[in-house]
Write a protein that binds this ligand. Structure first.
Ligand code: BDP
Length: 719
């Protein structure tokens, strides 16, 4: 009896252990699930086309490409694919231009359709035998081509008569990790930093390799390992040795390592008395530091710098300006091909001007003054990664300077990793915005991909949402934001719906009954968050410091522009920040065509209304509602949208593994609760000023304003 019980108990344990590991693997595998192709006809057609693999070339990158192809195909088609000779037919030939025989190369003809990172996938015929060729000018193109080919099968597309040429439209496609050396992550909601500094350089966690795979599969080619609020210690030999180990792991995946440079490092770790960029010893110190780094890491990408911003040191500490600082560092890395990504996220407590205007005011006069290897990194909007902001006016105003986009993938202001919000929708909105820099059609995307300026240095950065959580990003759907960021960095003209479609098929299922409703849910999720947090152009009304939950009442912070009351300006006359020409005239920082639209309440899109205008509570919105009623109804709409997301998700159980189904279900429940929290807290607070009743259709709050104000979150993550 006892043995039976024991055996039973053991098998139950084993059962759970197996279940756990299967689902844990699913979460962990991101969009690289490589699910078996269940449709027999489709699988048969793939199998009839593919007989084997021919791998040309010996580099680490081509070896990885071959291994990825073999294992991906095996998982999806249930068959091992041997290395074959070209003579046998039906092979997938992988190799860079150089590795191809003349006979095969001439099948491609023109390699100039692609750049050095691009790829070509083509059905070809050699001696009357059919093959699929995956090639590029360089090995990295071959790897990107392999991931793209695997994605065709992941998304159940035909692989007959292929003729695809694709290449990235930006050079620097990079994740910015705000990771500290103690492994906490600033604004990180998915656990601790991946970088285990204590065990590096000798212990190479499998996660580093899987991180590189995931990034390479979407074309990300750079990673800034450390927080913009930088620690100079990363530049000491003790840490550089560890950075070198990571760079060695990432290199064959085409990923360059970058670091943040603390401007005062020459003092802190160099023993100098100053960090003045015009001081010869300081410049020499950075030159030597660059030499030291490049000796270890010959393809080191360069530095990302946050200077004279939110208390970080910078050239202004010595009476110099951003150009002096950036150019001094640029000169240090230039001999090695390095770049400086200099951030334009600046605003000062000593400047009484509207915060939204400060970065433009400071940086635009520097246009054309930076060295060739400097790229200015600009946040998507003029304030700070809000659920919605109009595009940053700098994008239309520095034609002689390479500008790179900075998006935030981690959801600092968008509900952390408990809220489902599909960010590519937000990214797309920004990229499609018309700057009118050179008339109609000159969108933000055209500024940053260099079409407009023919800039050679182009890029898109995303503040990473990755941590050491089992599923990398905290929320299973936050993986889609990492994925979508990478896809948009590769091609800023991609549609977010296409991205959602791809991601869902690669991550969950190809079943249309699943794809259709869930895609719709993802696409609408962004507007839902805007509606229940900051509708009609409201912004920065999150609670203090951690930015978790509503705090429109906060007014006691030392710097005025850190207080939500600064941004919403609610009073008995109305609500909103007058940035039109009757107010701070921030609209004048845009091209006249854009300024004109934003300037008038009639033409300003209602989604940005309170960003640009202080509007009376009785103002009539386009739908005929008064502003107060319209605002309240928007908050309610956001809550309803989350309820609808729950309804949609609850119907998908049969298409999703049990664990991910449950995880998302629980997270949506949190999101629903918090959407109501946002609605109730904000409406109760603003009601003090409007003095009006909630309109019909808005659920009355169950708690008092004092209750919402009393909520404290001393250990909110990421702070
Ligand atoms: C703000 C974050 C802060 C960052 C800063 C930045 O709250 O943690 O350091 O941006 O981008 O949004 O430098």
């Amino acid at each position: 009896m006892i043995t039976i019980k024991k055996t039973f108990f053991r098998s139950v344990l084993l059962f759970f252990a197996v279940c756990w590991s299967v689902s844990a693997q699913k979460d962990y595998k991101l969009w690289l699930q490589y699910n078996k192709v269940a449709n027999a006809d489709l699988a048969a057609s793939y199998l009839s086309t593919i007989q084997g693999i021919v791998s040309l070339g010996n580099s680490g990158t081509v070896k990885i490409a071959g291994a990825e192809l073999a294992s991906g195909l095996e998982e999806m088609l249930g068959k091992k694919f041997e290395n074959k000779a070209i003579t046998s037919g039906g092979t997938i030939i992988i190799g860079s231009k150089e590795s191809l025989s003349f006979e095969i190369r001439k099948e491609i003809g023109n390699f100039d359709l692609i750049n050095n990172e691009g790829f070509i996938i083509k059905s070809i015929s050699v001696k009357n035998k059919k093959h699929i060729l995956i090639t590029g000018k360089k090995d990295i193109g071959v790897l990107y081509g392999v991931y793209s080919f695997l994605r065709l099968i992941q998304t159940h597309q035909a692989i007959k008569n292929l003729n695809i040429a694709d290449a990235p439209k930006t050079n620097i496609r990079i994740l910015n990790h705000w990771d500290n050396l103690d492994r906490t992550v600033e604004r990180g909601y998915a656990g601790f930093s991946l970088w285990n500094w204590q065990k590096l350089p000798d212990f190479i966690d499998q996660r580093y390799i899987d991180y590189a795979r995931a990034n390479a599969s979407i074309g990300i080619n750079g990673t800034v390992l450390t927080n913009v609020n930088a620690n100079a210690l990363i530049l000491t030999p003790q840490y550089l040795e560890k950075v070198q180990a990571l760079a060695n792991v990432f290199r064959p995946y085409g990923i360059k390592v970058y670091l943040t440079a603390r401007f005062s490092a020459p003092i802190e770790i160099g023993g100098l008395k100053t960090a003045d960029p015009k001081d010869a010893d300081v410049a020499k110190w950075w030159q030597d530091k660059a030499k030291e780094i490049y000796k270890r890491i010959p393809d080191f990408g360069g530095f990302l710098v946050k200077a004279n911003s939110e208390g970080q040191p910078g050239p202004q500490n010595y009476g110099r300006d951003h150009v002096d600082g950036a150019n001094m560092l640029a000169d240090a890395v230039a001999p090695f091909g390095g770049v400086i990504m200099w951030r334009a996220f600046v605003y000062s407590e000593h400047d009484a001007n509207d915060r939204a205007k400060q970065a433009y005011a400071e940086f635009v006069p520097y246009d054309g003054k930076f060295r060739e290897n400097v790229i200015v990194q600009v946040k998507n909007g003029p304030i700070d990664f809000q659920p919605r902001e109009p595009f940053h006016p700098i994008f239309g105003a520095m034609p002689k300077t390479p500008l790179m986009m900075e998006f935030q993938i981690t959801q600092e202001y968008l509900g952390f990793s408990t809220h489902l919000v599909f960010l590519p929708k937000l990214f797309q909105e920004v990229l499609e915005s018309e700057t009118y820099q050179k008339g109609k059609g000159t969108t933000v995307a055209k500024v940053i991909d260099g079409t407009l300026t023919s800039s050679k240095l182009t890029g898109i950065a995303g503040v990473s949402n990755i941590g050491n959580d089992l599923n990398w990003t905290g929320h299973p759907f936050a993986q889609a934001n990492w994925y979508g960021f990478g896809r948009l960095a590769w091609n800023p003209y991609l549609d977010s719906e296409t991205i959602a479609d791809e991601w869902l098929r690669c991550t969950f299922s190809n079943d249309e009954n699943f794809i259709k409703p869930i895609k719709k849910m993802m696409i609408e999720s962004r507007e839902a968050v805007v509606n229940y947090m900051t509708p009609l152009g409201l912004h920065h009304i999150m609670d203090t410091g951690h930015h978790y939950g509503p705090g429109p009442w906060v007014s006691n912070l030392s710097r005025p522009e850190w207080n939500p009351v600064y941004y919403h300006k609610a009073d008995k006359n109305g609500i909103g920040f007058d940035r039109s020409k009757t107010g701070t005239n921030a609209t004048a920082q845009y091209a006249p065509e854009v300024a004109k639209i934003f300037d008038s309440m009639e033409t300003c899109p209602e989604s940005d209304l309170l960003w640009f205008h202080h509007v009376s509570w009785d103002y009539k919105l386009k739908n005929g509602q008064t502003l107060w009623n319209g605002l309240a109804l928007k908050y309610q709409e956001g809550v309803n949208q989350v309820k609808e997301m729950q309804n949609i998700w609850n119907k998908t159980q049969k298409y999703v593994d049990a664990d991910r189904f449950k995880e998302v279900q629980m997270l949506l429940e949190i999101q629903y609760k918090e959407a109501k929290w946002w609605r109730d807290a904000c409406l109760l607070y603003f009601q003090q000023y409007s003095g009006k009743e909630l309109p019909a259709g808005v659920e009355p709050p169950k708690e008092s304003l004092d209750y919402f104000k009393s909520l404290k979150f001393p250990f909110a993550p990421g702070n």
